[in-house]
Design a protein around this ligand. Structure first.
Ligand code: SAM
Length: 312
């Protein structure tokens, strides 16, 4: 973990109080902490840093959760194709991540990519902002993103059919800046950052994957600067009771709070039409972006993700 992060990290377990973390470094290389801990002297929580990865998810010890589908080799391969298929020269790849990136204006300050998966949007934002953090609660995704960050290349085995795999080598473009980027394990519903840290924040295709979507938006609102901030949201709104009870959904239901379409409800939330998020955001644009996930050579999922770009 880059030491630069120490200035902005807080204990996610103590939220809504914000307490800084104290680092103990047992192994480091220049600006990187390889092995060590981050301790909250208020609640006593100790967050490990192992093999360069900081584990700041307040809900768990630093063990990979095998029951989480985002920890599996197959899903990591799917997302690597989804994020980098264009760099692999695959004619079936989409331009979704460059389109999402194109919605963000370059600027000074730090950017946070929540639910970054294998990191494509974070790499894109590193070309536009001074410092970027990719955060995800999947250990496998964060380890993969960090390996790509450190090596600038990754050997992939893309599922073709049954047990057959296609080897590919992913190489980051030479022109890409990567010295201003870090990936950490954390919970998008309890962000380990001080209020007002980020000039830009994204939440791409994850709000419907969270047990508490509104808490996630409130956390984004807290972590973003109060002025001169950009927020890029996108989601297909695949609400499911397996992920969150209906009462937590931000749309897609007939009755109760957040009945109707999530796009309309989230715009109302951002624009301050409810008391949940303040200061209010101004919605600049919204629309669909087609995004594709690949399971194997003959199986793809096309997803219409509805983006909302807001500033304040
Ligand atoms: C559908 S994927 C989208 C990934 C990426 N943003 C994209 O658009 O390609 C959802 C992501 O959210 C992550 N995720 C799910 N629950 C999370 C949580 N509580 N905190 C952080 N990340 C979470 C998953 O690991 C996964 O990377």
């Amino acid at each position: 973990m880059r030491k630069a992060l120490l200035d902005i990290l807080i204990c996610p377990r103590c939220l809504p109080q914000e307490y800084r973390l104290q680092e103990t470094i047992s192994e480091g290389i220049k600006e990187d902490i390889i092995e060590g801990t981050l301790t909250c002297h208020q609640c006593g929580a100790v967050y490990p840093i192992r093999q360069g990865v900081a584990f700041l998810d307040p809900n768990e010890p630093a063990q990979p959760r095998t029951q989480n589908r985002y920890e599996t080799t197959a899903v990591v391969a799917s997302y690597l194709w989804s994020h980098y298929g264009d760099l692999l020269g695959d004619e079936l790849a989409t331009d979704a991540y460059t389109r999402w990136a194109g919605l963000m204006a370059p600027g000074p300050g730090a950017c946070l990519d929540t639910g970054c998966a294998v990191g494509r949007f974070s790499f894109e934002m590193a070309q536009k902002f001074d410092f970027v953090v990719g955060l995800d609660n999947s250990h496998a995704f964060i380890r993969t993103s960090r390996e790509l960050l450190r090596q600038r290349r990754l050997e992939l085995a893309l599922p073709e059919e049954g047990l057959l795999k296609r080897p590919e080598t992913l190489v980051l473009p030479d022109s890409w800046r990567t010295d201003n980027l870090e990936f950490i394990v954390g919970d998008a519903q309890a962000l380990p950052f001080a209020a007002g840290t980020f000039a830009a924040i994204s939440s791409l295709n994850m709000v419907d994957k969270l047990p508490q979507p509104l808490v996630h938006l409130a956390e984004i609102n807290r972590s973003a600067k109060k002025i001169q901030a950009q927020f890029l949201f996108s989601d297909p709104f695949s609400w499911s009771p397996d992920v969150a009870p209906e009462v937590q959904w931000l749309g897609g239901k007939m009755n109760g709070r957040f009945s109707g379409r999530a796009r309309d409800n989230i715009i109302a939330l951002l624009e301050g039409k409810t008391a949940d998020l303040s200061p209010a955001w101004k919605v600049e644009r919204d629309g669909p972006i087609w995004w594709k996930i690949r399971t194997h050579s003959n199986h793809y999922e096309m997803i219409r993700s509805c983006f909302i770009k807001a500033t304040r």
